[in-house]
Design a protein around this ligand. Structure first.
Ligand code: SAM
Length: 149
């Protein structure tokens, strides 16, 4: 396994440590802002990419109307397993997916949301561009709510 592969693998003790220490320290402050941006819009289907242990997902499930379906994705299934175990106020579809190869047809979603990939540079920007396509609009102007941190 190369360094690049181990950098991408969030497994073993990482999901628990991530959720306990990094989420409150780094990511939680962005969550309300992201959720509020979406809550003011008329939406039917929202995709979250790189959802991790679900800090954003949990808030979206609380603030968005139940009529809005939420699909939360991440590359690493162990992160989603922890998110799913913590749970959400209402059902959410958890699905393993690489943000670089999203397994959805163009136009499936009307919003794509993400927190915590700001530090990924041009790679993060490419992930968000893929989000544009699954909303059925081409980059660069289709991302309804993209949170960078
Ligand atoms: C910094 S964490 C952010 C998690 C979450 N959004 C949050 O705010 O707590 C980055 C997440 O990106 C995921 N990730 C890494 N590469 C990915 C890829 N190619 N596609 C989707 N998710 C990826 C990791 O598994 C990890 O959960």
């Amino acid at each position: 396994m190369s360094n690049r592969d181990t950098d991408k693998a969030f497994a073993g003790s990482i999901p628990e440590l991530y959720d306990t220490y990094l989420v409150p320290l780094i990511f939680e402050p962005y969550v309300a802002d992201l959720a509020n941006r979406l809550a003011s819009r008329s939406l039917t289907r929202v995709l979250e990419i790189a959802a991790g242990t679900g800090v954003v997902t949990r808030t979206l499930a609380s603030v968005l109307p139940e009529s809005v379906s939420i699909v939360a994705t991440d590359l690493n299934q162990p992160m989603l397993d922890l998110a799913s175990a913590v749970g959400t106020k209402r059902p959410v579809e958890w699905r393993q997916a690489d943000a670089m190869k999203l397994p959805f047809r163009d136009g499936t979603f009307d919003a794509v949301v993400c927190c915590g990939i700001g530090s990924w540079g041009s790679w993060g920007a490419r992930c968000l561009s893929n989000g544009d396509y699954v909303m059925g609009v081409g980059p660069p102007d289709g991302v309804t709510a993209a949170g960078g941190c």
